[in-house]
Design a protein around this ligand. Structure first.
Ligand code: NAP
Length: 250
């Protein structure tokens, strides 16, 4: 298979960094971005050869900044004008009581987790060539599927539930253009998203991860993303695949 051109939002830590590693290992060319310049520098330090060879481009940018998304797509156009895989991975959660959460946090959570994946897909879809079997993959969450008490942010659960419907609506809209759109919904993955909440994370895993009472790793998530991006999933579209060790079973 020829090297694919892959764009991953938020590939500077956690699951996103696992996805960068997996696509680089698969021989693909990866574009990624995040807000923190320090984390971008760490990405450059982790994969210096891929950066030097032009196989990895890591940029500082905010997924809610329309100007940055425009620059990103212009960069893709200048570099060949092609995109095969878009992974909408950047996301945030701010734990809070349902009625205590500020409107500012609500809007920020929806902007990053739901509006931005739509905005980026809207800009990237024209770069996707149907003959190359292009794919969009959205990072959802077990929290989208049920109001589990262990999911500690209502705005996050609502944003991810909206993202699951966005996955299906985009699959419907982009299917005729040969673009598949799918989601992956992880359970608990130890990442910066849980920083400062180690006890809660462990308790959630023990209560909900019926399979082995262990955390999901970025590599576990990457396996499913690679499958959905591959020809083996050529007729899979509009699906969200749970990678949650049984979190959503009840
Ligand atoms: N960890 C879990 O248990 C879990 C479970 C289910 C689903 N997920 C989902 O998986 C995805 C990745 O989460 P993670 O656990 O890997 O979290 P993480 O370690 O906190 O990584 C989030 C990534 O997104 C970037 N990001 C956040 N806001 C951004 C913005 N406005 N613009 C650009 N980049 C932004 C971060 O970089 P900067 O902060 O530098 O911008 C970082 O690279 C998210 O969509 C999350 O909702 C996570």
């Amino acid at each position: 298979m020829d090297a694919r051109i892959v764009c991953i939002s938020g590939g500077t830590s956690g699951i996103g960094a696992g996805l960068v590693a997996a696509f680089l290992d698969a021989g693909d060319r990866v574009y990624t971005f995040g807000r923190s310049p320090e984390k971008i520098a760490a990405v450059h330090a982790r994969w210096p050869e891929a950066v030097a060879a032009g196989r990895l481009v890591a940029l500082a940018g905010d997924v809610t900044d329309a100007g940055f998304l425009q620059q990103l797509t212009e960069r893709l156009e200048q570099d060949g004008g092609r995109l095969d895989v878009l992974v909408n991975n950047a996301g945030v959660i701010r734990s809070s009581g349902t009625l205590e959460e500020s409107l500012e946090h609500w809007r920020e959570t929806l902007e990053i987790n739901l509006v931005a994946p739509f905005a980026l897909t809207q800009l990237c879809a024209p770069l996707m060539d149907p003959s190359a079997a292009p794919v969009v993959i959205n990072l959802s969450s077990a929290c989208a599927q049920h109001p589990f008490a262990t999911c500690t942010s209502t705005s996050y659960s609502v944003a991810k539930a909206g993202l699951d419907m966005l996955t299906r609506r985009l699959a419907l809209a982009l299917g005729p253009r040969g673009i598949r759109v799918n989601g992956v919904a992880p359970g608990v993955v130890a990442s910066e998203m849980w920083s400062g909440a180690d006890d809660l994370m462990q308790a959630t895993v023990e209560r909900r991860h019926v399979l082995g009472r262990q955390v999901v790793t970025p590599a576990d998530v990457a396996e499913s993303v690679l499958f959905l991006a591959s020809p083996r999933a050529r007729l899979v579209t509009g699906a969200t695949l749970n990678v949650d060790a049984g979190y959503t079973l009840g």
